[in-house]
Design a protein around this ligand. Structure first.
Ligand code: SAM
Length: 268
């Protein structure tokens, strides 16, 4: 690994499989002027091939040794290095139409995905390598045993597509889990619109806190029988059986039980 000892605390599993690297770059299909941001460039497995097809690349990296190497390898004209924690990075400062990519550190993948979801309106698309188990939950549909909080919260904002399966041997050191590359494309807000996304987050978190219990019980104190009746949602359903759109309807009902105000309603 070119003299670098992989740091477990930074989830460092470096891609070494040339065919996987080229498959990833080809599904990203970067075009010269694209605003691409790579999270965790590491030793540059994807960074180099990306830069070969781009005028400029932004990277966010936390490991100081790797940052030092990157600075020695790339000019500021070609690469902007954002030193620090991607979990705290404000991606909106980079503008809009962003293309986020990365072989993400698996130890923080869930909080990182939730953080990145906040920037959906600034993003054109995202391509990430993740543990296969996480990707299974991201694409799960109601009724699947993998359908969970992360499925709802990410599918609320993105269309998600499973692209490539990647075995442990494609990395050095090999992770203990299988991996997959996934694409996320922000939905048009008109498709699913929670007036208060914070309310949606609470409803989903509460419902999945006991995923096998009936909604009537888990949402007790938030949504009563009359609410279920108004919405036409069966209260005996379990969290894992409820479509994303129904979670959005519940959140909007709680925000405004009389109905969602139309955009033309006067603001009081
Ligand atoms: N892109 C390289 C590759 O594919 O070989 C490295 C991928 S490695 C799985 C994850 C990378 O994310 C490492 O470079 C690691 O230092 C970096 N990283 C870990 N935690 C981070 C964080 N919180 N913010 C930014 N980068 C982080």
């Amino acid at each position: 690994m070119k003299g670098h000892v992989a740091r477990k605390r930074f989830g460092q599993n470096f891609l070494v499989d040339r065919s996987i690297i080229s498959a990833i770059v080809s599904v990203i299909n970067p075009q010269r002027g694209d605003m691409v941001v790579e999270i965790g460039p590491g030793l540059g497995a994807i960074t180099g091939p990306l830069l070969a097809r781009l005028d400029h690349l932004h990277v966010v990296e936390i490991d100081r040794d790797l940052i030092f190497r990157l600075k020695g390898q790339h000019t500021r004209e070609r690469m902007t290095i954002h030193e620090g924690d991607a979990l705290a990075f404000n991606f909106a400062t980079l503008g809009t139409n962003l293309r986020l990519v990365g072989n993400l550190p698996y130890n923080i993948s869930t909080p990182l995905l939730f953080h990145l979801a906040e920037y959906a309106s600034s993003v054109r698309d995202m391509h990430f390598m993740l543990q296969k188990e996480v990707v299974e939950r991201m694409v799960a549909v109601p009724g699947d045993s993998d359908f969970s909080r992360i499925s709802v919260m990410l599918q609320y904002r993105f269309h998600i597509e499973w692209l490539i399966d990647v075995p442990p041997e494609s990395f050095d050191p090999p992770p203990r889990v299988r991996s997959a590359v996934v694409r996320l494309i922000p939905r048009d807000v008109s498709e699913l619109d929670a007036g208060d996304p914070g309310k949606l987050a609470i409803v989903v978190q509460t419902a999945f806190s006991q995923r096998r219990k009936m909604l009537r019980n888990t949402l007790k104190g938030i949504l009563g029988d009359a609410g279920f009746a108004d919405l036409g949602i069966v209260p005996t359903l379990r969290a894992e059986d409820v479509p994303v759109a129904d979670y959005v309807r519940i959140a909007n009902y709680l925000t405004c039980p009389q109905g969602i105000p139309s955009p033309t309603s006067p603001v009081t």
